[in-house]
Ligand binder design. Structure first.
Ligand code: ACO
Length: 173
């Protein structure tokens, strides 16, 4: 598939929120942009499946979820890295903005669902995704950006400038 430029896509949030500096640090074979309404067909779920179960309920269901996220403005910032030769997604990540009553009605950025295609790991795509999401979180005015990860991934996030703080609790339904 030929590469689709941002101007031909229906994006989740304005592409201008992604740091220009960061774009220039990416390899010329790849492009970073907000998630687009047609990204189901570019392998979004395939990339996410390196992280955990990403059951494909079909394009219509995926698009309904995209539209629900977009209907909550200034909340979901999901971005992708696309291989310009194949127009396929090779990396993905999200920062979700939580509005608070404390800290003077402050906001917190929660980084979620970071995934890089197995063939593309180790090429600095992961760190660029984290830098792009942190930049968005900080530009929106979040007083902190946080995430949960496995112990194995701690060294990666330390390289991205994060530090260990407190602990994660979970209760699955
Ligand atoms: N342990 C130690 N160092 C690591 C690890 C690791 N697990 N992963 C990356 N690094 C280092 C790299 O060696 C590199 O170091 P350098 O700058 O000294 O060369 C630096 O971190 C940056 O690495 P990238 O090349 O940007 O990492 P990559 O593109 O492979 O992305 C990621 C890392 C996202 C963890 C990827 O391997 C992946 O998708 N893994 C499977 C899914 C996953 O675990 N996702 C994270 C879940 S946590 C969450 O979503 C909040």
């Amino acid at each position: 598939m030929p590469f689709t430029p941002d101007s031909e896509l229906d994006l989740l949030f304005p592409a201008s929120l992604i740091s220009q500096d960061l774009k220039s640090q990416l390899h010329p074979d790849v492009h970073i942009r907000p998630l687009a309404s047609t990204d189901h067909a570019r392998g979004h779920l395939t990339v996410l499946s390196v992280l955990t179960v990403a059951t494909d309920l079909g394009e219509a269901a995926w698009t309904a979820q995209f539209n629900a996220m977009r209907a909550a403005p200034q909340t979901y910032y999901s971005l992708v890295i696309v291989d310009k030769h194949s127009d396929r997604i090779v990396g993905a990540g999200t920062v979700f903005i939580e509005r608070k009553f404390l800290r003077g009605l402050g906001s917190v950025g929660h980084i979620e669902d970071i995934a890089v295609d197995k063939q593309q790991q180790g090429k600095k795509l992961g760190i660029r995704i984290i830098q792009a999401l942190t930049h968005i979180s900080e530009n929106i005015g979040c007083y902190k950006t946080i995430l949960n990860c496995s112990r194995d991934n701690v060294p990666f996030y330390v390289k991205c400038g994060f530090e260990e703080k407190e602990c994660e609790m979970a209760k699955y339904a």
